[in-house]
Design a protein around this ligand. Sequence first.
Ligand code: NAD
Length: 422
Amino acid sequence: MSTDGAFDRFTATIDAAAAIAGVKDSALLERIKTPERIHEVSVPIVRDDGSHVVLTGYRVQHSSARGPYKGGIRYHPNVSLDEVKALAAWMSIKTAVVDIPLGGGKGGIAVDPKTFSKTELEALTRSYTERIWRVIGPQVDIPAPDVNTNSQTMDWIAHEYGRQSRTISPAVVTGKSIAHGGSAGRDTATAQGGFEVLHAALEATGESIDGAKVSIQGFGNAGANAALLLHNAGALIVAASDSTAGVRDANGLPVLELIAYKAKGGSFADLDGYEKGSTEDPLFADSDILVPAALEGQITAANADGVKARWILELANGPTTPEADALLERRRVKVLPDILANAGGVVVSYYEWLQNLHAEKWLREEVEARLSVTMRRAYERVSELATFRRASFRLAAYAIAIERITTALSMESREGRVALGR
Ligand code: NAD
């Protein structure tokens, strides 16, 4: 499935939500849509066999209207400028929806990291950091993990940034290992945030997670942790997939076993003893709740009618195209949108950044309690507006973000005018 046109999908959604936000100023909307800065860099490395390769990396700084740029770094063969622009823009919207004082950015390298050794991945990460270190920083732009990057990647970036800038700056990235300044609860934050949103939404309609059938596409940080939380709350995980295959069991998959298997580097394609299917299998499984937790552009106009679930919890960024959204809405499938549902990761990243800046260490319980309040508050605000304006959760969330970014931008222009007038 294609990820092309993701940025166009972002701008189309801004246009649709602007009416709900009551923003008609086209120049202002153009500012909200357009990335402030785009960096494209060459990433040279020497491979273990002595050969030289030059890869392409990006860092898109979309909006700093509400605070420093914030967003992950992805290593994937499909990484393109269009994709990174869309991911950066979604971060600006997401930080505004959960109302944390950060903007939006994203980075990536077009590479298949599965073909690289650990030494090569470190060399790649340090080379990329060498290229971008002048444009990131604790008060400027704070990267984090995304697909195929993790706490180890962040530790390398923080170390290389420190070497280049001759500073000790753990706050330059979030999602680090605990030993290097990471926050308790960051590993499970995206899943917990999604869980809170789902819980609140089901509560509002008198439904329950207990006994619900759930299917999950993607079994990495977001998907596997969500599987565990939902399983612990009494849900049956009836289908799951990774990038190699899908596995299913109508009586519920053994979540802990699957997590242990994946932690050892296993692929579902090699897992014996299960009914198998394609990587897209969970999208069309006979479930109550579908959790897309892999990549963008998975639920499209071509396949949306095959979705049987009544709820979609978007832990992946951009898994549903606008055309699919419209089809799902017509069938009254409720979509809890990425910019709300997966915001737990960036919220705890914000907590990690605060802890680093203030040399503090919060307890996991403290992090989880704060995250729960922030996510539930964001859900309530989105749900209120969606009901009031008879809009989808997605458009309501975008409208709230547009309003908050607009307020920040209007403050900026007033300051600009004052400065010019001096
Ligand atoms: P990850 O690398 O830990 O896991 C990705 C998972 O998706 C892996 O299990 C991989 O095998 C699987 N996958 C890849 N392509 C697939 C396909 N075509 N079909 C089925 N499975 C596939 O990444 P992650 O951090 O869990 O991120 C997953 C999604 O969640 C991404 O869209 C990411 O942007 C989003 N997200 C993650 C976070 C976070 O904190 N990790 C926060 C917000 C959003």
